[in-house]
Design a binder for this molecule. Structure first.
Ligand code: PHE
Length: 355
């Protein structure tokens, strides 16, 4: 009787095995045979009613069916999983011959290119590259440069004051005072350039409220005679390197409180060769920077004895130089961040527009 039951389950299982076509059905089958009320589970529970001498045989037969079921289950399960995976892979095939998503490459801003060019040049001449804060104090931006409060020359640099004492620096000259003062205990020769952002309260077709300058400062012992001739020689190399060969320089007397004598320096117009054109406003010359011999008051105020030390300073604006170098017709192109404009410079890396 009991053995019949076993045969019955065995036969049923053989039939059921042929009717399984997916994972759900397979799991249902597992419940049918091995669940709490499953057919094999039930056979198991019969063991207790079986006479002892038959128990072993019966148990073995039940185990056999269980093994048949488990083997079948494992085999089918692997098969279905493989099928599932294959289907998924088929759906997800990637055509590696398709072009990928393009990643846009940025390019260096032309003013930054100019700064790097200037840095390379001056480092090759033994200068240090220094920086200073853009949020500067009135003391360093003006007072320590011989521009006390109320000095009329402050008007030339109308400023963004944050408080009475703090302003956005109007000139990189502020770093002159910082460097001198930092060395006041043991004055030593200085050769530095300071490229960086500057700010003034003006905004029209030829001025931006934010622009860049690059201060230059050379200080040495008096007996080494750092003179106007050195300034001129330095600026000639500078102009030749960053704008172009065969340009003349002109020193026009001017006024800056922190230099004496002071000059505005012009280059001959590279567009018309000095004959006169709209770019140079028919003068044949284009102004590029202010410069001069460092004022004794500046040295004294910042811990350098003007009897023992002396030198020169200069400060070009970088936007104009950049425009000249690359032939950019309008300064506003530098700040509107038009990608088409900026991309031009990928290809113009080392080309000198006017050379
Ligand atoms: N700082 C001056 C300006 O912004 C330029 C300058 C620098 C002049 C160094 C003389 C010496 O106009």
């Amino acid at each position: 009787m009991k053995n019949e039951k076993i045969e019955e389950v065995k036969n049923l299982l053989e039939i059921d095995k042929n009717n399984i076509s997916n994972m759900n059905e397979l799991n249902d089958l597992k419940v049918k045979y091995l669940g709490k009320k499953g057919l094999i589970t039930e056979l198991n529970s019969l063991i207790k009613d079986i006479p002892n001498e038959e128990k072993k045989n019966f148990g073995q037969s039940v185990n056999e069916i269980r093994t048949i079921f488990n083997d079948f289950y494992e085999e089918k399960k692997n098969l279905f999983e493989e099928e599932l995976l294959n289907k998924k892979l088929e759906k997800e095939t990637i055509d590696i011959t398709l072009p990928g998503d393009k990643i846009k490459r940025g390019s260096k801003h032309p003013v930054n290119r100019m700064i790097e060019k200037i840095e390379d040049l001056f480092v090759s001449m033994g200068y240090d590259v220094m920086t200073g804060p853009e949020l500067e104090t009135d003391e360093f931006c003006f007072e320590r440069l011989n521009l006390p409060k109320g000095h009329p020359a402050r008007d030339m640099q109308d400023s963004f004051y944050i408080t009475d004492e703090y302003l956005l620096r109007t000139q990189t000259s502020a770093v002159q005072a910082r460097t001198l003062l930092a060395n006041k205990d043991e004055p030593k020769p200085i050769r530095e350039i300071v490229p960086g952002k500057t700010y003034r309260k003006e905004d029209d077709a030829t001025h931006s409220h934010q622009f860049c300058q690059c201060e230059g400062l050379v200080i040495d012992k008096k007996e080494n005679h750092v003179s106007l001739a050195d300034l001129k020689g330095t600026l000639e190399i500078f102009v030749k390197e960053v704008i172009g060969d065969n340009l003349d320089l002109r020193f026009r007397p001017s006024y800056f409180p922190f230099t004496e004598p002071s000059y505005e320096v012009d280059v001959s117009c590279f567009k018309c060769g000095g004959k006169g054109c709209p770019l140079c406003k028919d003068t044949g010359w284009i102004e590029i920077l202010g410069a001069g011999i460092v004022h004794p008051n500046v040295l004294r105020m910042n811990g350098y004895d003007p009897e023992k030390w002396g030198g020169f300073a200069f400060g070009p604006g970088l936007e104009r130089l950049t425009m000249f170098r690359y032939g950019i017709p309008d300064m506003r192109y530098l700040y509107t961040n038009d990608i088409r404009f900026l991309e031009e410079f990928d290809r113009k890396d080392d080309c000198d527009a006017i050379k």
